[in-house]
Ligand binder design. Structure first.
Ligand SMILES: C[S@@+](CC[C@H](N)C(=O)[O-])C[C@H]1O[C@@H](n2cnc3c(N)ncnc32)[C@H](O)[C@@H]1O
Length: 353
């Protein structure tokens, strides 16, 4: 073994950063759960005692938490006053729920993968799958919360208009299904934007469907316009849909070809199948970047075991890339497939019968 000292030191320096980031996952989730970031939003400079009073928490713990956040440059610290401040830009990322760049949900997801580590290590040994429903519950709401800002920003304004004739049909009144809908943020956004159309959300996970139903009720949208039902992608009810969507769930399915085949027969002959997947290039060497890193990691902990837990167990992975998705869709009998649009985080495909 030959040790290049400079290379070793550089890697150790990098690991120090990584360990700090990893230790911070629990602290960010505590800040989120106890409303610490929210209480600091727009509040200017605060002493630990003031933040503790605002959030009904213990001052000594708050001092330590704030110190860790200052050391990680998540908050500012003024040594002359002993006060702390959350910069507005950081509040956008961590505290303001409606912000397009809120990533608090990602931390909920990361926490779930740490809690499920033993389950996944065991799956590595046995090769068995771990279903989406088997994960710690913070994965479910966390995923919805992580993806919602992107859907809110892009779905109605950019992604649906990039599809052939879909917006006109939804404006006039059409039926649409959202398959693998999770907590249904995508379904709800579409229902809110197109009041003349009917939206049906389907997911095999009953806990997610309960969450989606609560969201629909909170939004005050009646079941005649928006409904959620437990159903698998290969067996959901209904026919002649003008639009069927799958948001970040095709690669989670064990049999995506079977699912796409069922979707094709449930579509109107003139309908559109919209597939939203994580952004990825076709080969690993092109995905060696921060987004690829995050998605391959999530894929190892969640998506690949999830697919392996279902029949066929194709395990496309969250970095499948366009050519693999095209292969799945064409194998299911669709005749047209194209990349309709993209963002730095997502690829959006259109398939037609
Ligand atoms: C990564 S989550 C995405 C959820 C939601 N579409 C979103 O974008 O927030 C994947 C979802 O696919 C669902 N799913 C996985 N396999 C499925 C199947 N065979 N049939 C229906 N839903 C499935 C899971 O239950 C989970 O809710």
């Amino acid at each position: 073994m030959h040790i290049d000292q400079a290379k070793l030191e550089a890697f150790m320096g990098r690991l120090l950063q990584e360990m700090g980031a990893a230790m911070n996952v629990g602290l960010v989730n505590i800040g989120d759960q106890l409303g610490l970031y929210k209480a600091m939003t727009g509040a200017g400079w605060l002493t630990p005692a003031e933040l503790a009073a605002k959030t009904e928490t213990d001052e000594r713990y708050i001092l330590e938490w704030l110190s860790s956040q200052a050391a990680g440059q998540f908050v500012d610290y003024d040594p002359s006053t002993g006060k702390f401040r959350l910069p507005d830009e950081h509040a956008m990322a961590l505290a303001i729920e409606e912000s397009p760049c809120n990533v608090a949900g990602a931390y909920n997801v990361i926490a779930s993968t740490i809690k499920d580590q033993e389950l996944i290590a065991d799956a590595f040994r046995t090769g068995r799958g771990v279903g989406w429903h088997e994960h710690h519950h913070s994965l479910f709401a966390g995923t919805d919360r992580f993806f919602r800002p992107g859907y809110r920003t892009h779905l109605v304004n950019e992604w649906l208009p990039a599809l052939t004739g879909v917006v006109d049909k939804l404006n006039q009144g059409a039926a649409a299904a959202d398959v693998g809908c999770g907590f249904g943020s995508s379904t709800l956004l579409m229902a809110q934007a197109f009041p003349k159309s009917q939206f049906f959300g389907f997911d095999y996970h009953d806990g997610s469907i309960e969450g989606a139903r609560r969201r629909a009720a909170d939004a005050g949208i009646g079941a005649h316009r928006l409904s959620f039902e437990v159903a698998s992608a290969k067996a959901f009810p209904g026919s002649a849909y003008s639009l069927i969507t799958v948001f970040d769930s095709l690669h989670d399915m064990g049999d995506p070809v079977g699912a796409a085949r069922h979707i094709r027969q449930a579509l109107d002959p003139d309908g559109v199948f919209m597939i939203v997947e994580p952004f990825a290039y076709d080969s690993l060497e092109n995905n060696i970047n921060p987004i690829g890193r995050m998605f391959y990691s999530a894929s190892t902990m969640v998506c690949t075991p999830g697919s392996r837990a279902q029949e066929v167990g194709l395990a496309l992975g969250a970095q499948a890339g366009e050519e693999k998705i095209r292969g799945v869709v064409m194998a299911a009998g669709f005749t047209r497939f194209r990349r309709a649009t993209q963002t730095p985080f997502n690829l959006v495909f259109e398939a037609r019968p």
